[in-house]
Design a protein. Sequence first.
Length: 453
Amino acid sequence: MISILDAKALDGNAEHLGISVESLMENAGKELAEIISDKFPSKKVLFICGTGNNGGDGFVAARYLSADATFIKEPKSPLAIKNSKKIKIEPYSDSLIERYDVIVDCLLGTGIDKDIKGEYARCIEGINQSGKMIISCDVPSGLGTNCAVVPDITVTFHDIKEGMDESNCGTIIIADIGIPSEAYDRVGPGDMIRYPRSGNDSHKGQNGRLLVIGGGPYIGAPAMSALAAARVGTDLIHVATPESSFTEISSFSPIFIMHKLPGDHVTEESVNTLLELSEKCDSVLIGPGLGTDPSTISAVRSFCTQCKRPIVIDADAITAMSGKHIRRNAPTIYTPHHSEYIRLCGDMDQMESSKELDSVIVLKGEKDIITDGTRIRTNITGNAGMTSGGTGDVLAGIISGLLSKGMGPFDAGCLGTYICGKAGDLAFEEFSFGLLATDIIDYVAKVISKELM
């Protein structure tokens, strides 16, 4: 079962892999036509098509069957317009349905999130009251709203969509329309549709408030994480760091909201303060530059087991959480490289480790592997120049920033690796093997800008 966003991302990734939306529509229409022909070989069929690509699928199927089609409003999507010109179309009327044996619902596709009104509602009611055999294309029109087609059969493409079951879809038939497995198994440009865009009416803080806990022994790591989170679109970045690194980290950017902790490294003394700070934020990143003093390890474990916010556990915090298989009661992402993974999970399979920890694991490498214990995807963006110190801190900042903006842990891990790798690829074009982690930060916003257009 896949979500509506999954379905849209699949289309984008398939197109990136050389399978055009037009080819997918052609395949969908052909599969739909073949199923109708097999099940109802001598019946009169009417396709009721909408203005978008769901309607386009219907126009293609009607062409294959030499069947009739109708629409309430003129098609709007270029592919729907193109395919509507190749078939016989009659103007829609309530009485039109009476002349046919099978009604194929291609009115509305996925992503309808508001009540159906007016002529669309009247048409759906007419379909449901017709007493005819009803087939829906991909999803029943209006599924999940106040007014939905109730079909006998739903022919859905690639996989069942969230919210579909036999009670609202009738018999569900899954049709393969040629989407390659890499379109889902591998993170790609289609996944940028998951990026949480800011609303025009949003205000400061609504698009992510992140707490970065790091520093003490090291200064650059938490600063780079915080800058990367800002570039991925997080509104407010809080940085909690010991007194010994406070001034230096604050000097990296005036946008950081700084919180001074006592001493030269994080200890149990600061846990209650950190928990209070976390309650004011949407997500937490812990680990960059913390060091591995025994008192810091104890503080990290104490904080992570009590914190109720989504957390990215990175760098030295992974070491602190290793060997215990500590399960948290809130969404968690671990971002280990190979050696850190061995410390954290030993020789256990990554999916099994993810289940054991009840966490997402982003295993960094030439090919990033992201799993939540049920799903597993890979990311291949990035290059051999991204070995300079701080690259992992940048990735952790991007992922935690996306988490703060409301993305789920698995999707944040997948999209974060993709954005970081693409930013690194753009930086590599300019700096080759001399690229720095800070160069990657500079390109993060450009990746988002370019791929959201």
